[in-house]
Design a protein around this ligand. Sequence first.
Ligand code: ADP
Length: 513
Amino acid sequence: MSGSDMKRHWASWAGRGYVYSLLLVAAIVMTGHYVRGNITLSNHIIVYLLAVVYSAVQWGRGPAILTAVTSTVVFDIFFVPPYFAFAPPEPKYVLTLISLLVVGLVIGTLTGRLREQTDAARQREADMASLYACGRDLSEVTQLAEVLETCVRHIGRAVAADVAVFLPEQDVLRRAFAGPGWIPDERAEGQALLAFERGQASGWERDGESGSLIGCVPMKTAAGIVGVLVIRRALPPETLSAAQERLLKTLSGQAGLAIERARLEEKERQAQLLREKYKLQKALLDSISHDLRTPLASITGAISTLHDDGRALDESTRADLIGTARHEAERLNRLVGNLLDMTRLEAGALRVAPQPCDMEDVIGTALAQIGEVSASWPVSIQLARGLPLVPLDFVLVTQVMVNLLDNAMKYSPQGSPIEIQVATRGGQLEVRVADQGIGIPEDALERVFEKFYRVSRSDGVKGSGLGLSICKGLIEAHGGRIRAEQREGGGTRIVFTLPLEPVSVSVAKGADE
Ligand code: ADP
């Protein structure tokens, strides 16, 4: 045992009070011997009784009784004739000695009991405080990992022990969390399994290597056994007092309830995710059946006509059919692109690879992707002077521009102008895409960025309700913001910003979350 271990061992040894009592009596005897000529016998007796009271207050009932008995004996030997002999006292001192012994025992017992009651009350108060603190901290956490950490911390502190939690996982009891500095070994795991199977606390078993004691307490709730707490007491006294055992049982119940609650919440979250996923799949299927079929039907129709009657058709009809097929194929391509982006955003698998880019190039590429159709809407581009290169993912921001331009064309009559403005504002790049179309009602300006949200209108314009939610997901993945505004004089203006410096962004799962 190292020096500090010895010190701790001594400090926690219950028998130390008896040794201190004997030392106290010895000190009083020596002092009394030197001043024996100056003080009377009754003064001596008072000093011994004070020592009994002191022992009772400091070390409890047992040491106080020892002090009372040893005081009587040494008083008889050193201060009552015949001196320095353990012999019956002279008759006139017998009553004095008996009184000293009886009064000492009574005072020691009463004071000791008082001390025990005070200690018990203090212990109860401390237990209540730790139960309260544990309950309060547990009520603030919801994730299982946080719940386990909180339980281990509080229980470890309450019973001065290392604590680990074992939870059943797919029919196997596994270590779910262990406090710092201790990983239970295989033997402790076996002990935990036994406690789990029996549903009863195991006895305390000595750990071969460290010599400390290990015990297991199942965490029970009305629903059954949630898991097992494994406790290691490294310092003496290694076993727990009855009060500590009670506290441990209560805390283990509290921990069980908190773990059960966290698991239920986790299940609810999973169920919610599944519901969302199901909703998404259903909406995707609906969208696929409506939006993918239409362009496919047009393409198939155009190609069939060209194949069957190609020779009979004049040049301009053939060109029209090919143009339609191409236009529809581009639409299909955009739709599939959006669906893929949405799936990647949903799965959190979207990786943004920012490179310094010129926004003018992005706009040019977007217009080229939309194709000839864009020629039917005059597009004006205003770029502020001296625009810097912006760190962005070229492909993804191009996709955003394609979606915005596509919407601007879809929701405004042919020939009405579309304006694109790019400037820097407040340390950010700001891009505005404005049209003079049917506009978005005030109360839908935010909702249009939700997945599958479409403003209900009888304009017959087809769409999936995905375009803007994808734009939001992509822009936010760059650390930017996007919003919709009503354009003064009619129409819609979509404004998005992008940071001019690269930022690290954690991609949100789901574009509208
Ligand atoms: P959609 O495929 O339906 O166009 P979006 O997510 O791109 O899906 O847009 C969501 C809704 O927002 C659309 O249904 C439309 O009603 C409205 N919207 C989007 N852009 C415009 C715009 N430029 N002008 C008018 N309404 C728009």
